[in-house]
Design a protein around this ligand. Structure first.
Ligand code: AGP
Length: 614
């Protein structure tokens, strides 16, 4: 969750660290800080709240020096105050540490340090590490020797980085578990570290990824790698592609607005090169290594994911069962990892994740692997942990998603799951070529339909302004659009802080009807598909109880206007593809309600983009 950056080289570190932190601010934004080492001293500046507070503090009092580390925090242990912000320093302010993750045994480590006279200034789990390192440096060890003594004592999930005035011009970075990545970036006479590529890409595309249990010793001219037991290792250097300009707001008020509007292009990019024009078959690139024989033998697929990605997984289950006739489950990753799941031979565990760094999803994958499953990941971030531990990968190709609320990655997930279901169906012979051709043609038409929905934004904005003061919302859907109701409710909750619930229309009579009154808007996804009649009945039931209905309907549906005044209209597409279109107005509704309420749309309270702690 927290963001980590580091620089060692000839240039002033402060602006480089701040620039890196700006790109990582979406990972955590309750406090931030930098530590810069210069001429035998270490200077630290930290600030509570958004990164601008740190930038202002550094503007008032700049830190000189060309080696430093920076951190943006998402609090786990200790309130988000300045004294809990990273970097943390030892008793003599000689050495500093930054950390992403949780040190589970920190209390056991802290007690003897306190007894031997170390004084602690924060409530964090992290501070214990720098005091342990201090003891080792005092005993005459180098920074990496000290780290290699201390790191094996830590239990839990962590990525860490150290600088010390007692061992200048050096960063020691480590990754002690699968959660919390560390990337080393190579420059000319300078080197970098960061928790993700976003912070590095404007400086270098040559990188090495630390695996769990690995340590990097980074100086301006060289990088050495070790395992935690002190064994020296060599790492490969990877070249990363990507477009740094795509991460800027491009004139939009928020990243989220930009990302919502990027969806037609993102879907086109996702579809690019994925259908063989000659055979009409879906093709994925060399990252998908499943053979036709393996595909035919798959007995079951389990999708694992969290949050919005879990909603995509629910739709994936629906699509694969419908088209490829393979039994599927969709599991919340944090549940799957602890429920002793049954895995049969040939079973596929499919992780769906934008970041590829979500700790519960990674743990669910590990659980599946341990029980013998083959791992496939549908993921946006190239080089992410999920992409590296999987047997097969389908990349979303949507470009960086910066806003905490996922939008374009979600619709790209839906399109990739749709393609994946057709791919499986074609290889298992459960789809006739005519139907596959029709479904694929409709996918290629989706960006145009999305453009049409985005063209209706002003109407959705007006609707948002009419309802922005509601205290509760209910979202109703059925069939393949039941997860769309869940996703609409999640978008509203996370952005507007309005309580919202998503439910299957069929569940209304089983309890939810009790909530209906004239104060609660009910968003009913009532598309002309196999569930239309049932959804109209749900709308009637809500209206009969004086409920306010906002219907999401097809643009040629004349009947729906007779049931309610508030109608959001979208063009028709086939039922299986409809969730990717139906969610767009729900994203816009949540966005405009949040903006109207004056919330921080891109960085909602208490959330972070990459959830790398449990
Ligand atoms: C989406 O709007 C949320 N911020 C969140 O639910 C997110 O989808 C979830 O944390 C999973 O993230 P991932 O796709 O990076 O694994």
């Amino acid at each position: 969750m927290c963001g980590i950056v580091g620089y060692v080289g000839p240039r002033e570190a402060q602006p480089l660290l701040l620039g890196g932190l700006r790109r990582l601010e979406y990972r955590g934004y309750d406090s931030a800080g930098v530590a810069i080492q210069h001429d035998g001293t270490l200077s630290v500046t930290r600030a509570e709240g958004k990164l601008d507070n740190l930038a202002n503090a550094l503007h008032r009092n700049a830190l000189a020096g060309t080696t430093g580390i920076g951190h943006t925090r998402w609090a786990t242990h200790g309130r988000p105050t300045e004294h809990n912000a990273h970097p943390h320093v030892d008793c003599g302010s000689v050495t500093a540490v930054i950390h992403n993750g949780i040190i589970e045994n920190f209390a056991a480590l802290k007690a003897p340090l306190q007894r031997s006279g170390h004084s602690f200034t924060s409530d964090t789990d992290t501070e214990v590490v720098v005091h342990l390192v201090e003891d080792q440096l005092t005993a005459g060890r180098s920074l990496e020797e000290a780290a290699l003594v201390v790191l094996p004592k830590l239990e839990g999930a962590a990525a860490l980085a150290f600088v010390s005035a007692s061992d200048p011009d050096k960063i020691v970075a480590a990754r002690i578990s699968n959660a919390g990545g560390v990337i080393v970036g190579y420059g000319e006479g300078e080197n970098f570290i960061a928790s993700d590529m976003t912070a590095l890409i404007e400086h270098t595309r040559s990188v090495s990824f630390l695996e769990a249990g690995e340590v990097a010793v980074v100086t301006r001219d060289a990088v050495r790698f070790y395992r935690l037991d002190g064994t020296r290792i060599e790492k490969t250097v990877s070249k990363v592609t990507g477009d740094p300009i795509a991460a800027a707001k491009s004139g939009y008020k928020h990243f989220m607005a930009k990302e919502i509007h990027e969806q037609p292009r993102a879907i086109s990019d996702t579809l690019l090169g994925r259908v063989d024009r000659a055979t009409g078959r879906v093709l994925f690139d060399e990252n998908l290594r499943l053979t036709d024989e393996l595909v035919r033998a798959i007995p079951r697929i389990t999708f694992v994911a969290c949050g919005t990605a879990y909603h995509a997984a629910l739709i994936g289950k629906y699509l694969v069962e419908r088209l490829a006739r393979i039994p599927c489950d969709a599991d919340i990753a944090s549940e799957y990892r602890y429920r002793e799941p049954i895995v049969t031979e040939g079973q596929l565990v499919v992780a769906v994740t934008q970041s590829g760094e979500t700790v519960d999803t990674l743990a669910a994958m590990e659980e599946g692997r341990k029980r013998g499953a083959r791992l496939l990941t549908i993921v946006n971030v190239v080089g992410s942990e999920a992409s590296r531990v999987s047997d097969d990968v389908i990349f979303l190709h949507t470009g960086p998603e910066i806003a905490v609320a996922s939008t374009k990655a979600y619709t790209a997930m839906l399109v990739d799951l749709y393609l994946f279901a057709i791919y499986l169906a074609q290889r298992r012979g459960t789809i006739v070529p005519e139907l596959a051709g029709k479904l694929l043609a409709e996918a290629f038409h989706l960006p145009t339909l999305m453009d049409a929905v985005l063209g209706e934004e002003s109407k959705i904005k007006a609707l948002a302004h009419r309802y922005h003061q509601a205290r509760d919302f209910l979202y109703l859907g059925r069939g393949v659009n039941y997860p769309t109701a869940l996703e609409g409710a999640l978008k509203l909750k996370e952005l507007s802080y309005i309580h919202a619930e998503g439910t299957a229309g069929g569940e209304m009579k089983h309890g939810i009807n009790a909530l209906i009154d004239e104060h609660m808007p009910v968003v009913a996804i009532a598309l002309r598909d196999s569930t239309y009649r049932k959804m109209v009945s749900n709308i009637e039931e809500v209206r009969a109880r004086a409920g306010v209905v906002i219907a999401l309907a097809h643009d040629d549906d004349e009947e729906i206007g007779g049931t309610t005044e508030e109608v959001i209209r979208i063009p028709r597409t086939n039922e299986l593809l409809s969730p990717a279109l139906a969610v767009v107005p729900l994203q816009l509704l949540a966005y405009h309600i949040s903006d109207r309420r004056g919330n921080d749309v891109d960085q909602p309270r208490n959330l972070a983009k990459s959830v790398t702690v449990e």
